[in-house]
Design a protein around this ligand. Structure first.
Ligand code: AP5
Length: 222
């Protein structure tokens, strides 16, 4: 299974991907998480990405494409779910080219649709674990102990790009550049599944699993 989860910043891509990988045994590839790891490790790539990320702009395609496609090649056998990539039509084209070289293709594109108002509420309340990447929300998905990661006891932080003015920029960038990726996949094979991401996390998970289960069943019949 090779799947893509699309959606605005804060739509719940990371939250849902973590659940999907647990259920289906896929590899979770989050371009944002990979970039944040690079930054934390102080690599050259992380340094180059920093300014774009902190202002809410996209990191240039050539940096991202090289980073993600290399990782995907290693993961192609087990299957994967992409989170945050592709984010431009040019990234989507590069992904298709790379997969088709190995006679592979994307099996499912799921688009988390959400209103900008809900996004703003979710992002400002998000708290993340800098160690394991677990994601919480101060009202919707609280940790057991306030401000502490359930999994490893690390103090939770607010991402630097979750400040209100950066969030506004990330949303603008999404509407200007990333929404076109949905049109690209609709034109490619017409199989973008729309998921109502305004609902609570369990309901969204159920909708995603319903689509993926149906897809797996169809493939098994073939
Ligand atoms: P990235 O890390 O990908 O950020 P994003 O797309 O803006 O997405 P987020 O991580 O903010 O949100 P999410 O959809 O995962 O939501 P989450 O599950 O956390 O990218 C960061 C930056 O890296 C970009 O701005 C760019 O600079 C760069 N970058 C990355 N990829 C790139 C690419 N391909 N090309 C170029 N540049 C790239 O949920 C949000 C909150 O809501 C959480 O608190 C969660 O607990 C809560 N929540 C989730 N679901 C629900 C629900 N259903 N109900 C209630 N609360 C919920």
């Amino acid at each position: 299974m090779r799947a893509i989860l699309l959606g605005a910043p804060g739509a719940g891509k990371g939250t849902q991907c973590k659940r999907v990988v647990e259920k289906y045994g896929l590899l979770h590839l989050s371009s944002g998480d990979i970039l944040r790891h690079q930054r934390a490790a102080g690599t050259e790539l992380g340094e180059r990405a920093k300014g774009y990320m902190d202002s809410g702009a996209l990191v240039p395609d050539e940096i991202i494409v090289e980073m993600i496609i290399g990782t995907i090649k290693k993961a192609s056998i087990t299957g994967f779910i992409l989170d945050g990539f592709p984010r431009t039509v040019s990234q989507a084209i590069e992904l298709s080219k790379s997969l088709s070289c190995n006679s592979q293709k994307i099996d499912a594109v799921l688009n988390l649709e959400i209103s900008d108002e809900v996004v703003a509420q979710r992002i400002t309340g998000r708290r993340s674990c800098p160690k394991c990447g677990a994601v919480y929300h101060i009202e919707n998905l609280k940790p057991k102990v306030d401000g502490i990661c359930d999994k490893d006891g690390t103090e939770l932080i607010q991402r630097p790009d979750d400040m209100a003015e950066v969030v506004a920029n990330r949303l603008r960038t999404y509407h200007q550049q990333t929404k076109q990726v949905v049109d690209y996949y609709n034109k490619e094979d017409g199989t973008v599944y729309v998921i109502d991401a305004n609902k609570d996390a369990d309901e969204v998970s159920a909708l995603i699993c319903e689509k993926l289960d149906a897809l797996i069943e169809t493939r098994d019949e073939i």
